[in-house]
Design a protein around this ligand. Structure first.
Ligand code: PLP
Length: 397
């Protein structure tokens, strides 16, 4: 029995079977590369599902967490810490508002950030919410009520809320669904779990007009698409739209658990004392980690780097079996010409690459923003043989 097999057996005996059997047992990482318990090397195009923005073991992140933990690790929300306040100020500035232009609530994950936004929307005095078909917002019951996949929702119904789902990107359907009783409309500016899907040009602006006309909040879930993933700080930045609420998590602290619900303008006043809370949220170590991620993205110009590498991968991964390669920055979705995504992921893994199948026909790539050109080119070079193996064809490359 290999070390990986032995640990997988112990995993099966001791962990709940919520994720299915683990694909690999990983022991260490450096940048965009990880190694398994048997010493095999993989270039990681999943990055902890769009989390490891700075890759693995980044010195700036290690230093920030170590220094903060050795100074003041956790204090509870009865007390304030400087990293927590500085992070809130930085996030508001990245969203284009200064001090007083909005307010932040820190949580520990994407679903919790969304849970806070859900509760905030209730403080409008309205209960109706509009979400998108194909949406994924998390697994806690409020976020799950806004998640469209029946297989995730149905075992746990009834879920909270009065939710209408409309087709993603269909502004006319949205206009028909939103009324003066609608508390909020929640939209992922790019749908990640659905396979990196982009709405039509102008959809976010129409959503802003529709929500404004009915006094409803416009809430962008940027848990996956935010913090540089698309080559911009936020996927909605280019639309020029100012939402009322933005939720973040995943890449925000590069692997340290954190979530943020950011409410702009007067929506920042909707949650008051006693309305919401968390023990860990806003923990100074998580805040220091997030500040290190933001500083490093700025210092190393990783937004431009993500844009360049995304273009390189989109060009390099074109292939007769790939019907479409979509993406912005290092947020890439590939549609295959058949239901072969699981086979492609397996063939890639056998050749030293971690990819993700988000539907039977779709592959998602969300590598660390520090992925190098050489690592991107390694995948491009192996791509024809990965596809040949997945499709059971002779490799002509
Ligand atoms: N929102 C979006 C858009 C996501 O992609 C995810 C996770 O994939 C979540 C929310 C939930 O985040 P978490 O898994 O941290 O709870």
């Amino acid at each position: 029995m290999t070390d990986s097999q032995a640990l997988k057996a112990r995993y099966a005996d001791s962990l709940m079977n919520t994720f299915g059997p683990p694909k690999l047992v990983l022991t260490k990482g450096e940048g965009a590369v990880v190694w398994d318990a048997d010493g095999n090397r993989y270039v990681d195009f999943l990055g902890g599902i769009a989390v490891n923005a700075l890759g693995h073991a980044h010195p700036a992140l290690v230093a920030a967490v170590t220094e903060q933990m050795s100074t003041l690790g956790h204090v509870s929300n009865f007390f304030a810490t400087e990293p927590q306040v500085r992070l809130a100020e930085r996030l508001l500035a990245l969203l284009g508002v200064g001090a007083g232009g909005g307010k932040v609530f820190f949580a520990n994950s994407g679903t919790e950030a969304n849970e806070a936004a859900f509760k905030l929307s209730r403080r409008t005095g309205r209960t109706h919410l509009v979400a998108m078909e194909g949406a994924f917002h998390g697994r806690t019951t409020g976020a799950l009520a806004l998640t469209s996949k029946a297989a995730y929702r149905e075992p746990f119904e009834p879920l909270p809320g009065d939710v209408t789902f409309v087709p993603y990107g269909d502004a006319d359907a949205l206009a028909a669904a939103v009324t003066d009783k609608t508390a909020a409309v929640v939209i992922e500016p790019v749908q990640g779990e659905a396979g990196v899907l982009f709405p039509p040009e102008g959809f976010l602006a129409r959503a802003r007009e529709i929500t404004a006309a009915h006094g409803a909040l416009l809430w962008f879930d940027e848990v996956q698409s935010g913090m540089g993933r698309t080559g911009a700080w936020f996927a909605h930045t280019a639309s020029g739209v100012t939402p009322d609420v933005v939720t973040l998590a995943k890449g925000l602290a590069g692997g340290f658990p954190i979530g943020a619900c950011i409410a702009l303008g007067t929506s920042g006043e909707l949650l008051g004392p006693g309305n919401h809370g968390t023990t860990f949220g806003g923990n100074p170590v998580a805040a220091a980690a997030a500040l290190a991620v933001i500083d490093t993205i700025e210092k190393d110009d990783l937004l431009a780097h993500a844009t360049r590498l995304g273009e390189r991968l989109r060009a390099g991964l074109a292939h007769p079996h790939v019907a479409e390669v979509r993406g912005q920055g290092l947020f890439l979705g590939l549609d295959l010409d058949a239901d072969k995504a699981a086979e492609v992921v397996q063939a890639a893994q056998e050749r030293g690459f971690i990819l993700n199948a988000c539907t039977p026909q779709r592959i998602r790539m969300v590598p660390p923003l520090v992925l190098t050109e050489e690592q991107a080119d390694e995948l491009v070079a192996a791509w024809p043989s990965i596809l040949a193996a997945a499709y059971g064809e002779a490799d002509a490359s």
